[in-house]
Design a protein around this ligand. Structure first.
Ligand SMILES: [Zn+2]
Length: 74
């Protein structure tokens, strides 16, 4: 999943892939050139946040489908 985060050093926006981040890859900030990687111990937090996000996204899809059906009946 492609995510946009704020660089902890310069505050610039930083695009990274959360799967790769969780896998231990590091990313370079295009703004200040710092190397950004996940701190050891943060993996669990990020993982659960991503799971929660996926769940919410799935629910949003259901709502969208229901709304579309309701509109179709009009
Ligand atoms: Zn930066």
């Amino acid at each position: 999943m492609q995510s946009q985060i704020q660089c902890p050093l310069c505050g610039g926006s930083l695009a990274l892939n959360t799967e790769l981040l969780l896998a231990g890859h590091s990313f370079t900030c295009a703004n200040c050139g710092s190397c950004i990687s996940l701190a050891s111990g943060s993996h669990r937090t990020v993982q659960s946040a991503m799971t929660e996000f996926s769940r919410l996204k799935a629910r949003t899809g259901e709502v969208g489908q229901a709304a579309q059906k309701a509109i179709g009946k009009g």
